[in-house]
Ligand binder design. Structure first.
Ligand code: 13P
Ligand code: ZN
Length: 274
């Protein structure tokens, strides 16, 4: 039995492979974090280092995440290589009792640190754990080309993006009835983008990063990956329709969106409808 035989590790690694296969992770693009359950931590403990690495202060605090453990992709590591060499590409980190520092307890055998977006993931786990009563476990960031293309064309507002994506495919209002948030362009990896994303994630489970990619959260890998996939596919349809060069001639009406929400039993964000 190895660490990578554990069901949770297998599902994490499969999610990385799926993202690579979608073309969302050029080079080291994108990152994935998962907040482990107590049972999963107990299963993993025999594989943890006898001597964990040193504590690293994150510059941000999430008191509701004190003592939690996360699986994270390593900074600069390629999603393409995760399945080939998980011990080199991934790590498990423990959060201290103040909720402001981490230390590596497994993985990154050849050195390195968790994703440069770890403070952003961490703060957003904190916000989403609070918003979902502890249900949220996954934060996933990918470089989704069609959605990035949209950020050069549409006004960078939550309303404009939510409407355009809902109208792009009939299932969209069912998958993300709350819409998506949009974060203006910022330097990645810093506290500024972490805090701006947190503001959006108080209300949304997905945030578009202008000219950069998408940030999704969810209770498990399937739901979170499915959200990323659905939003990016809607963006692809929007880009395809616009590329025909005739403009959008007809679309799903606002009453049509309301009817979908009613029949599928979801609450669509009414202030984004006319
Ligand atoms: P990392 O390699 O540090 O995860 O950075 C990739 C990325 O997509 C930054 O936004
Ligand atoms: Zn990125």
């Amino acid at each position: 039995m190895k660490m990578t035989d554990l069901s949770i590790m297998k599902r994490y690694i499969r999610t990385c492979e799926d993202g690579w296969n979608q073309g969302w992770h050029e080079r080291n693009g994108g990152n994935l974090t998962y907040r482990l359950t107590k049972e999963e931590v107990a299963e993993m403990k025999p594989f943890f280092y006898d001597q964990p690495r040193e504590w690293v202060n994150m510059g941000v605090t999430g008191e509701n995440l004190a003592g939690e453990y996360f699986i994270s992709t390593g900074s600069g590591k390629f999603f393409r290589n995760v399945a080939l060499d998980p011990e080199d590409s991934l790590c498990v980190v423990e959060i201290n009792e103040r909720g402001d520092s981490y230390r590596i307890v497994w993985g990154l055998v050849n050195g390195g640190r968790p994703t440069s977006e770890f403070p952003t993931h961490f703060m957003n786990h904190s916000v989403r754990v609070a918003a979902t009563n502890g249900v949220c476990r996954v934060i996933y960031h990918a470089h989704t080309a069609n959605l990035i293309a949209m950020t050069y064309v549409l006004p960078l507002t939550d309303r404009d993006f939510s409407r355009a994506l809902w109208q792009s495919a009939t299932e969209c209002p069912v998958v993300f009835p709350g819409g998506v948030g949009v974060v203006e362009w910022m330097v990645p990896g810093g506290a500024e983008i972490a805090l701006a994303t947190c503001e959006k994630m108080k209300e949304y489970d997905a945030a578009v990063w202008a000219h950069h990619g998408l940030f999704c959260s969810g209770p498990d890998f399937d739901t979170t990956f499915g959200l990323m996939h659905t939003i990016e596919k809607a963006a692809q349809i929007w880009v395809l329709a616009m590329s025909c060069g005739m403009g959008i001639r007809q679309t799903i009406t606002d009453d049509g969106l309301r009817a979908i929400a009613r029949d599928f039993g979801v609450t669509i964000r009414e202030d984004f409808l006319d």
